[in-house]
Design a protein around this ligand. Structure first.
Ligand SMILES: NC(=O)c1ccc[n+]([C@@H]2O[C@H](COP(=O)([O-])OP(=O)(O)OC[C@H]3O[C@@H](n4cnc5c(N)ncnc54)[C@H](O)[C@@H]3O)[C@@H](O)[C@H]2O)c1
Length: 319
């Protein structure tokens, strides 16, 4: 299959591109290489991909370049991962979310409308569950109360995809990822921020005094989910799946596990709850298991070991 992966220089996009190439798909990667976090990491990820991987530097919100690429390449499928990520940054920089996550998303949908593909798989987020207290979070739960603009754009994406699916027959699947970590991970997220600070002897910021829990999900489990879903376009037209470990971990336990993996203790700075943050995330994987025959399985201790090994290796340009 010829597959477009947007956000290919990003954490998840890089790993998905690598897996698709490894199984023989032809992959075209798109990314605008923005500097939301250190671009050297994005460049280093791209360098890891084989020379025949085709990369185009482009903004997905570009209303001329993206349609031209679709018309030229005639993709069989699209994995749309490009987005402005991060909950906290959406308080300071709302425009970036509107441009990439709404204008960009609409542009991708329009391209799929005019250049039909077998399946569009796109990234949603566990953040759509907002402050929901009923756990585990199920796809049928109400998600009308996002806590951040980031979450609101992801919920909007699900509505836009559902609408385009019924209007134009586009087969589309949204994946609600739960706190993804692993080698080549994002430097703006807790696993990498904490690793950096602990090794440098700097204090780590523990929000809400550590009274939070997250359903940390290892990158290989996410990639397996994306690839399995990609191969199974939904009969109903549009579907949404959680991809999470279904094993929420208290922040303090997460820190202890990371300290063990690093062999060092963290200096902790206790902070209040941050605006836009949620207290907990906890995925139900029942729908994923039922339809895709799999569930994330990598345990935190194993995943963190892999992450730390990569972090300390020469592959990490930010070490
Ligand atoms: N990592 C997680 O824990 C997590 C959790 C939930 C959802 N997600 C979603 O998964 C997707 C991938 O996340 P990630 O962790 O790999 O983030 P990432 O920031 O590492 O990757 C996103 C990539 O998209 C690119 N990009 C951003 N805006 C663009 C635009 N307008 N045009 C072209 N490229 C653009 C960025 O340069 C970046 O390389 C995102 O949609 C994100 O919202 C991630």
């Amino acid at each position: 299959m010829k597959i477009l992966v947007t956000g290919a220089a990003g954490f998840i996009g890089y790993h998905v591109s690598k897996a698709l190439i490894a199984r023989g798909d032809e992959v075209v990667g798109v990314d605008n290489m923005n500097d939301y976090y250190d671009v050297r990491l994005k460049q280093a990820r791209l360098k890891e991909l084989p020379a025949y991987f085709s990369f185009v530097r482009m903004d997905v919100a570009d209303r001329e370049a993206l349609p031209a690429l679709f018309a030229k390449e005639r993709f069989d499928a699209v994995v749309h991962l490009a987005a402005q990520a991060g909950v906290r940054y959406s308080l300071e920089n709302p425009e970036a979310y509107i441009d990439s996550n709404l204008v960009g998303f609409a542009n991708v949908l329009e391209c799929c409308r005019h250049n039909p593909v077998r399946h569009l798989v796109y990234a949603s987020s566990s953040s759509v569950y907002g402050g929901n207290t009923k756990v585990p979070f199920e796809e049928t739960d109400n998600v009308d109360n996002p806590k951040s603009l980031y979450a609101a754009t992801k919920k909007a994406n699900e509505l836009m995809a559902s609408c385009y699916s019924s209007l134009y027959g586009i087969k589309a699947t949204g994946l609600r990822f739960f706190t993804v970590y692993g080698p080549w991970g994002r430097p703006d997220m807790a696993p990498m921020l904490f690793t950096d600070a602990i090794l440098a002897g700097r204090p780590i910021k523990v929000f809400n005094n550590g009274n939070m829990r997250r359903d940390f999900t290892y990158i290989d489990d996410i990639v397996e989910g994306v690839v399995r879903v990609l191969d199974k376009a939904p009969v109903a037209g549009h579907e949404v799946y959680n991809i999470g470990c279904s094993n929420p971990v208290m922040l303090m336990d997460f820190i202890s596990e990371l300290e063990r993996a690093l062999g060092r203790e963290a200096v902790k700075e206790y902070m209040p709850m941050q605006a836009g943050d949620v207290l907990q995330t906890y995925a139900s994987t029942a729908k994923l298991e039922r339809d895709m025959g799999y569930r994330p399985k990598v345990q935190l201790a194993d995943g963190l070991r892999q992450m730390v090994e990569w972090y300390l290796s020469d592959k990490n340009p930010l070490k």
